[in-house]
Design a binder for this molecule. Structure first.
Ligand code: SF4
Length: 138
């Protein structure tokens, strides 16, 4: 079981092996790989710093406790019709994404995220909507 906050459910869709540090990337790649190969994996939805935040580098500004990140988590969970505290399989989360999120939603929900301009998160949502799972990270 992995603890994840709201916005990271979408970040995983657009993940292409980029991140804040080598340790962060290694941890995220491992989780991404696990979810792609075992979509039955249980995710515990939490509020605040999660399994990915654990490896956020000590250098630079720590943003995982910022208000706007909490707001983004809440907005994304609301859109997905999910609640903090729920434990569910990754494939059920993908189903919620398929039903309730559109690539165009990211302009609003991820307005301040510096990664959005790469376009990979929109691509990841499209891929889920096409009935595919997570894209393999090479
Ligand atoms: S735009 Fe940023 S916060 Fe939104 S899903 Fe992509 S990486 Fe995550």
């Amino acid at each position: 079981m992995y603890k994840l906050r709201g916005h990271h459910l979408l970040c995983l869709l657009g993940y292409r092996g980029m991140g804040y540090s080598a340790e962060y990337i290694e941890n995220m790649t491992r989780l991404h790989h696990t979810l792609r190969l075992n979509p039955d994996t249980i995710i515990h939805l939490i509020d605040g710093p999660d399994h990915l935040c654990e490896k956020y580098p000590n250098s630079g500004k720590y943003h995982c406790q910022d208000n706007d990140i909490y707001k983004r988590d809440a907005l994304i969970l609301e859109k997905l019709h999910l609640k903090v505290g729920k434990k569910m399989q990754w494939k059920e989360i993908e189903n919620s994404i398929r039903k309730h999120i559109f690539p165009s939603d990211l302009v609003n929900v991820c307005e301040t995220c510096s990664w959005r301009s790469y376009g990979v998160c929109e691509e990841g949502i499209k891929q889920i909507q096409q009935g595919k799972g997570l894209r393999e990270v090479k």
